[in-house]
Design a protein around this ligand. Structure first.
Ligand SMILES: [Zn+2]
Length: 328
C-alpha cells in the first residue's frame, strides 16, 4: 500500500505489528431529511440511516492486557429519557428505531457494558451519546470543547439539532482531551512531553502530526489507534484511525460527513435558512468541515477504509455483514 500508512507500526528492530480489531455495532436508525445534509436536494427526500457504534479491541502481548474501547453509543434505547427539546427534535427524524441498541449489540458478541474500558465520543450530539448510564465502570473520553457544549457555556451554534445534556457524563470518569492547537501557541511548553510505555493507553499524550493529518493522538503509543482531530462538525469532533492489519486501516469518521455523495463530490454540503433568515448548516463550521472531508478523501484514495457513523451505504453492503460484532 502506498503513502504514510506503509510505515512500520513499531520502532526498527521490533518485528511486531501492533494492530487492533474493529467491529461495527448496530445502535439504532434515524431518518435524515436530505435538504439539511446535501446540496442540491429535493425538499421531500428522506433517508433512513444507521447511527453506528464501533468496538475497538487492543491486546498488549507483553502484559497480556486487553483494552476495549467503544466509539460512540448511538441512539438511546428509551428516547423518553432524552430531555424535552431533543425529544421534539427527534419528531423530525422519524422513522427512528432503537432496537438493537449498543448494549444489546455488545451482548450479541458476549460482552456487557462492564467489559468496556473507555467510551470515546466522536461528538456529543444526541444521536451518538446513547445511554451512558449503562456504562457504570467505563471512562468517557471527549474532544476538547465538548464539555463546554454539555455544560451550556458554549451557545453559539444555530440549528435545532444542537441540544445538550449537562448531566450526561459522570465527572469523575470523564476525560476531555487536551487542546490540539495548544502546541501552536508562541508560549513554549515548560513541562516535558510525557512518554508513557508503548502499548498502554494514555489520553494525555501530546498531539502530533501523522502523514497529511496535522493533529493526531497516538493513544497506545504504538500507532495502532490514532484519535484524529476532525474539526468542523461540532467543537471537539474527533475521528479514529485504526490499524487492523499489516496493510489495512479503518478510519471511523463520525459525522465528518453524512452522505457518501459528498465524498464523491457529487453533492455539496447542505445549507438552509431558519425562521429568522439565518443561514444554517449541519456543520458548525462549514469551511473547516470541507477541509476535514478533503483529508478523509485523501486517506480513502490511499487505501484506508472510511466508515461514517451514518454510513448507510457501508451498512447495506453485503460484504460488511460479517463486520458486526457477534455476527460470525
Ligand atoms: Zn449524527
Amino acid at each position: 500500500m502506498a503513502s504514510v500508512f506503509a510505515q512500520p507500526a513499531t520502532p526498527p528492530g521490533d518485528t511486531k505489528e501492533q494492530i487492533v480489531q474493529v467491529y461495527a455495532l448496530q445502535a439504532g436508525h434515524l431518518t435524515l431529511p436530505e435538504r439539511f445534509f446535501v446540496n442540491p436536494a429535493s425538499d421531500t427526500a428522506r433517508k433512513t440511516v444507521p447511527s453506528l457504534a464501533f468496538l475497538i479491541q487492543h491486546h498488549n502481548t507483553e502484559t497480556n492486557e486487553t483494552t476495549r474501547i467503544l466509539l460512540d453509543l448511538g441512539l438511546r434505547r428509551n428516547v423518553e429519557r432524552y430531555p424535552e427539546p431533543i425529544q421534539r427534535h427527534i419528531d423530525t427524524r422519524q422513522p427512528l428505531t432503537t432496537d438493537p441498541d449498543v448494549t444489546k449489540s455488545l451482548a450479541a458478541g458476549g460482552l456487557t457494558p462492564d467489559d468496556i474500558d473507555y467510551v470515546i465520543y466522536s461528538h456529543v450530539h444526541w444521536d451518538h451519546v446513547g445511554e451512558p448510564r449503562d456504562f457504570q465502570r467505563s471512562r468517557f473520553v471527549v474532544g476538547n470543547g465538548a464539555l463546554a457544549l454539555l455544560s451550556g457555556s458554549s451557545s453559539s451554534l444555530r440549528g435545532s439539532h444542537s441540544f445538550f445534556e449537562s448531566d450526561l457524563l459522570p465527572q469523575d470518569r470523564t476525560i476531555e482531551l487536551r487542546n490540539p492547537y495548544e502546541r501552536d501557541s508562541p508560549e513554549p511548553q515548560s513541562e516535558p512531553v510525557k512518554k508513557p510505555a508503548p502499548g498502554k493507553v494514555d489520553f494525555d499524550r501530546a498531539w502530533t502530526s501523522y502523514g497529511h493529518l496535522p493533529r493526531v493522538l497516538d493513544i497506545f503509543g504504538d500507532l495502532s489507534v490514532l484519535i484524529v482531530d476532525a474539526p468542523g462538525h461540532l467543537p471537539g469532533h474527533i475521528n479514529i484511525l485504526a490499524r487492523t492489519g499489516p496493510t489495512t486501516n479503518v478510519y471511523l469518521a463520525g459525522d465528518a460527513c453524512h452522505d457518501r455523495r459528498i465524498m464523491r463530490k457529487e453533492r455539496a454540503i447542505g445549507e438552509w435558512h431558519d425562521a429568522e433568515g439565518h443561514i444554517c448548516c449541519i456543520h458548525g463550521d462549514k469551511k473547516m468541515a470541507e477541509q476535514t472531508i478533503d483529508r478523509i478523501r485523501e486517506l480513502e484514495v490511499n487505501g484506508v477504509e472510511v466508515i461514517f457513523a451514518h454510513d448507510v451505504e457501508w451498512e447495506e453492503n453485503e460484504r460488511n455483514k460479517g463486520r458486526f460484532f457477534g455476527s460470525s
